[in-house]
Design a protein around this ligand. Structure first.
Ligand code: SAM
Ligand code: SF4
Length: 323
């Protein structure tokens, strides 16, 4: 077997990099209302350091990178990092997960720097509700961002909706309808219990609800590297995906590692056991030593998370590890 494999023979080729834990929104399920303590510039990895880690991963078998946060677009000159990462020979794709509010402004630079694709988080199509869920944002900025990304040809733009019972679950059909009206590629995400804001809605319940619009046909051609399962409504241009961390554990197909903005390499979103690369980087570790640490983190990937059993790791929040 060539490539990078963990102890459970899963092929690891994907690195999610959180570039900041700051955000310009305060989504009720993700961030405290007051935001997070500001890390000083020296506490987070520089773009050069991130690039070194990516090069080490690339040598070992990583070929896809996603930038996330916090909100990645609040970090200055993100397109510089996109350019540095997309120039690494083994990296085929650099993509971005964003709340979309700043996307319209930055999309031309990001595209020029080599960005391949973008996922945009949006939990409601109602302006008042958007302000409630994000505490700070304006819906129209995200809609402009979606249009800008689609206009720039970053195809497919995926729209991620976290579904919360009693808060936005009455909009599941509205989002599903956007696959007809606007050709959106929508992904419904089961809420993970990091903050006590609402009960999750299971993917099977969402599928039942959407079935009132037509039969959901399995769809296998969506580009992506993640845990979603995809469907399409009859005659729709867009697709519908479900990400079900709680009710349909996808760990057996996990292909990813995560790097936090302060340089921790995490083997799993939902388990402890990170390895500190910042210390090594700042003590001039050789490429061989960084490779050894990277392999150690890969080898420590757990077989599965235990969310369904109510076990939630406490060391990192979603805004720190990047979702
Ligand atoms: N700020 C960017 C954004 O919102 O897309 C990137 C970071 S955010 C932490 C990444 C993803 O994690 C978003 O799609 C967000 O909706 C999702 N997320 C955050 N907290 C979550 C939770 N408790 N359950 C499920 N998804 C969550
Ligand atoms: Fe910010 Fe994204 Fe978390 Fe919302 S989900 S608070 S946009 S990091």
């Amino acid at each position: 077997m060539t490539g990078l494999f963990d102890s459970f023979q899963r092929h690891i080729n994907y690195l999610r990099i959180s570039v900041t834990d700051r955000c310009n929104l305060r989504c009720i399920y993700c961030m405290p209302p007051e935001g997070v303590a500001l890390a000083s510039h020296g506490e987070i990895l520089s773009y050069e350091e991130i690039s070194i880690v990516a090069q080490v991963g690339a040598k070992l078998g990583i070929n896809k990178i996603r930038l996330t946060g916090g909100e990645p677009l609040v970090r200055a000159e993100l397109s510089k990092l996109v350019q540095m990462l997309s120039q690494i020979e083994e990296i085929d794709e650099v993509s971005l997960t964003t709340n979309g509010t700043l996307l319209k402004r930055y999309i031309p630079m990001l595209k020029q720097a080599g960005l391949s694709r973008v996922n945009i988080s949006l939990d409601t199509l109602q302006a008042g509700r958007f302000r409630h869920i994000t505490r700070l944002g304006e819906l129209r900025d995200v809609l402009y961002g979606i249009e800008a990304a689609r206009g720039a040809g970053l195809d497919p733009v995926k729209i991620n909706m976290v579904v919360m019972r009693g808060i936005n679950d009455d909009e599941v059909l509205d989002f599903a309808n956007m696959t007809y009206k606007e050709g959106w590629h929508v992904r419904f995400i089961e809420l993970m219990p990091f903050a006590n804001v609402a009960q999750p809605v299971s993917s099977s319940e969402m599928r039942q609800c959407i079935a009132s619009l037509g039969k959901l046909e399995p769809y296998l051609r969506v580009t992506g590297n993640g845990p979603a399962t995809y469907y399409r409504l009859p005659g729709a241009e867009g697709t519908i995906g479900f990400i079900s961390p709680i009710t349909e554990c996808f760990c057996s197909n996990c292909n990813r590692m995560r790097l936090t903005s302060d340089g921790k390499l995490c083997p799993c979103l939902l388990a402890d056991g990170e390895i500190d690369l910042k210390e090594a980087l700042r003590h001039n570790a050789s490429p061989q030593e960084l490779e050894r640490l990277f392999l150690k983190a890969v080898a420590s990937k757990p077989e599965r998370h235990h969310l369904a059993d109510g076990i939630i790791p406490m060391t990192q929040n979603m805004f720190q590890i990047g979702g």
